[in-house]
Design a protein around this ligand. Sequence first.
Ligand code: COA
Length: 159
Amino acid sequence: MAVVVEKLKINYKTLEEFKKFKEYGIQELSMLEDLQANIIENDSESPFYGVYFGDTLVARMSLYQREARFDQYFSPAQDFLELWKLEVLPNYQHNGYGKFLVEFAKGFGLPIKTNPRVKSQGFWDKMGFSAVTYDMERDLGENPLIWLPEGVSEQVSND
Ligand code: COA
């Protein structure tokens, strides 16, 4: 069966599917509240992309394009993608879904920053992501990983 990445709309069905994911939290709850309070409409755009197996959402990630003025990671400074909440449901792991979503993100041709969960380091290595040189002012409690498209390098702080 062909694997297709879909941009997920915010609706009750999607939010119900999200409950199966471990990283369900404040972001999902706030989307639900906004929907219930009619602050956002049914089928509004969300930053999530997902892969369905039949009717089941089996993998998802959040992807958000940040503007160049917020870029502290890449050289030359430019628009980049923040990727978070990449997760594949346990029964569907190691079938290439995670890789497929990351490849999809790379397809935008922009540098990518992510904050991996502990234990997934091996996966990110395979996807060609590497740790940034830690900068306390910028990174604080984070250990960001980045992926660089051709012609882009890591921004090096001057101090
Ligand atoms: N450590 C090392 N390599 C890993 C890995 C891991 N935890 N997870 C996947 N890989 C490797 C695969 O073996 C595969 O290698 P190959 O291309 O040489 O065959 C490659 O990365 C792509 O794997 P894929 O099948 O796309 O991974 P996935 O669909 O299972 O997605 C995660 C990877 C981490 C996003 C997914 O497993 C997940 O959501 N896990 C939940 C929690 C978590 O972080 N677990 C980590 C292990 S405890």
